[in-house]
Design a protein around this ligand. Structure first.
Ligand code: B12
Length: 512
């Protein structure tokens, strides 16, 4: 059959994400004998309708797959929803083709029934796509019911029916991203060539979905040789400027990541690497040295808090001491690192918030060391069904059973004095240019122009590391807080009120 796979993600900024998942699925479908085309709409801009219409007219697909990556941007202080854009794409597909529409991707897996219904899909695939999608295709081809295929959802007798996904071995699969997708526009804006070394996440963080419908909690490791062969081949064929490891946590299990780093070092070529989701527990001098020798110059660290109480509350599996030790070790190097903190989980109060801010002031602020940092503080924890935090939020009245999880739903600790919290964060950000607050994400709209400038003047990547000098200039010139939302605590309260929360945080008097 002719299969058209469409990347619906159109978020273009320094964090633009090449659609790796769709390439795994495309490869599997082709191997099963189908004729496959990938249409990446990320950089389609205003030409999207024309591109969609002409691709469908010329390829005449028998099945259309839509990849849904993001539902929203998980940012309470600068909320953006993406589903309506995807709905438009779905509608455009429906106008040009009668082929059945299959929805897949991480966004689809988070809340399958809601996404399935909202996008008026014929089928949905949850978790790993390769095996389930191929089985679904052969059922469609033979005119059989796909009911019962693991990971496939559909309407049966007027009701949504999903067979729980099975998680398959993740070896021997090479997605060949550069074959299916033109990665050059991604590189131009500062993004990378994606590589996945494993699936599954064995962390137990109370708010997270990775270990559930997305990847499951059982680790499925690729062999280091296979991973590095993939990198070598991509380097040879597509010459990307940077590779990015997109595992949920790159350095867990530690030994697996060490083997990959050592294998890269053994090869005769050199390349640049970065990674998101680096666990602070294992970041000592020896590991950082290995990363550096392998070609890493930057990475993201995700402690979520520097307070012992909060790390325990989030069940992060490491301590505040690990976070400090990681920062101390990094500060001896020249890495650029981006740290993420999530303010407002269960038990967060103004003291624990201050501990996380003091951590940035003490360890992440440029104080002579070679490393450069960005420290990002988000307020509010996004609620997803199936997580431990979802149940806590239900019990504590943040949400009720009727809430639509496709809408931004948040948990914010009732122990926080919101006005004081906003004051604490802005005070810290006004003396520490490394600190970014949720609403600063608005600056990402300048990514395109900034990327052209950085490229023209040969600024080294990653481009996000220039957030800090931009802030420094903002503080010096007085621009830094000129355009901040006028009533941040009011925004948080409004958002909670919209989801039906009636509790203490709303009743606090606003001081703005
Ligand atoms: C790595 C990562 C990042 C990196 C990306 C780096 C890069 N160069 O790509 C960084 C840190 C930059 C990032 C940024 C963001 N991220 Co992110 N990210 C992830 C993460 C951990 C892995 C994504 C990945 O590449 N997986 C590997 C590929 C191979 O897997 P996959 O895409 O899921 O594909 C498989 C299946 O889904 C399926 N499949 C995929 N497409 C299709 C299509 C069809 C038809 C079928 C049948 C199957 C199918 O088959 C594939 C193979 O098995 C996920 C969480 C997770 N564990 O999934 C979050 C996640 C995708 N991110 C998320 C978000 C919100 C964001 C941001 C919006 C955050 C922000 N405020 O900026 C941005 C958006 C960036 C963008 N331009 O889209 C959310 C999305 C959920 C939501 N609420 O919308 C997730 C799920 C995390 C979470 N639970 O909060 N992210």
């Amino acid at each position: 059959m002719r299969i058209l796979l469409i990347n619906t993600n159109r978020k273009v900024d320094f964090l633009a994400a090449p659609p790796l998942g769709i390439c795994y699925v495309a490869g599997a479908a082709e191997e099963a004998g189908h004729e496959v085309k990938v249409l990446d709409l990320c950089f389609a801009g205003a030409k999207i309708r024309r591109i969609l219409r002409s691709t469908i007219a010329s390829f005449d697909p028998q099945v259309v797959g839509l990849s849904v990556r993001n539902i929203d941007n998980v940012n309470m202080l600068h909320p953006v929803e993406y589903l309506h854009e995807i709905e438009e794409i779905r509608e455009l597909v429906g106008r040009s083709s009668t082929a059945p529409v299959v929805v897949g991707g991480s966004g689809a897996g988070l809340m399958p029934e809601r996404v399935f219904t909202r996008l008026q899909a014929d089928y949905i695939v949850v978790s790993d796509g390769e095996v389930s999608f191929v089985r679904l295709l052969s059922a469609i081809e033979r005119g059989e019911s796909p009911k019962g295929i693991p990971g496939v959802g559909l309407t049966v007798d007027g009701r949504f029916h999903l067979t729980p996904p099975e998680l398959y071995d993740f070896r021997g699969k090479t997605p060949d991203l550069g074959r299916w997708v033109d990665t050059r526009p991604y590189q131009q804006i500062g993004s990378s060539y994606n590589i996945q070394t494993k699936r599954g996440c064995r962390q137990q963080c109370i708010y997270c979905t990775y270990n559930q419908s997305l990847e499951g909690s059982t680790l499925r490791l690729r062999s280091p040789l296979e991973v590095v062969d993939e990198i070598e081949e991509a380097l040879d064929k597509y010459r990307p400027e940077t590779f990015e490891f997109v595992d949920s946590v790159f350095n867990d299990p530690l030994e697996h990541s060490i083997e990959i780093l050592e294998e890269i070092i053994r090869r005769p070529w050199r390349a640049n690497f970065t990674a998101m989701g680096v666990h602070p527990r294992n970041l000592d001098d020896a590991y950082l040295d290995l990363m550096w020798r392998a070609g890493f110059r930057s990475f993201m660290v995700t402690p979520e808090s520097a307070s012992e109480k909060m790390l325990r509350s989030y069940r992060k599996g490491f301590t505040a001491r690990h976070v400090v030790k990681a920062a101390e070790a990094i500060n001896k190097t020249a890495f650029a690192t981006w740290w993420f903190f999530m303010i407002g989980g269960p038990g967060e109060d103004n003291e624990t918030l201050q501990e996380s801010l003091d951590f940035a002031l003490r360890y992440l602020q440029k104080n002579g060391g070679p490393a450069t940092h960005v420290a990002h503080y988000f307020v509010g924890v996004r609620l997803y069904p199936g997580t431990r935090l979802w149940d806590m939020a239900l019990k504590q009245g943040f949400i009720d059973e009727q809430c639509d999880p496709l809408k931004n739903l948040w948990y914010v600790s009732e122990d926080l004095d919101l006005d004081r919290a906003v004051e604490q964060m802005t005070r810290a950000a006004s003396i520490c240019p490394e600190i970014y607050l949720g609403f600063d994400e608005r600056i990402l709209v300048f990514s395109k122009a900034a990327a052209i400038f950085f490229k023209m003047f040969g600024f080294p990547k990653p481009y996000w590391k220039y957030f800090t000098p931009v802030n420094r200039f903002g503080l010096w010139s007085g621009l830094r807080f000129m355009y901040r939302p006028p009533n941040i605590s009011g925004m948080i309260r409004d958002s909670l009120r919209r989801q039906g929360y009636q509790g203490r945080l709303i009743q606090q008097p606003a001081v703005w």
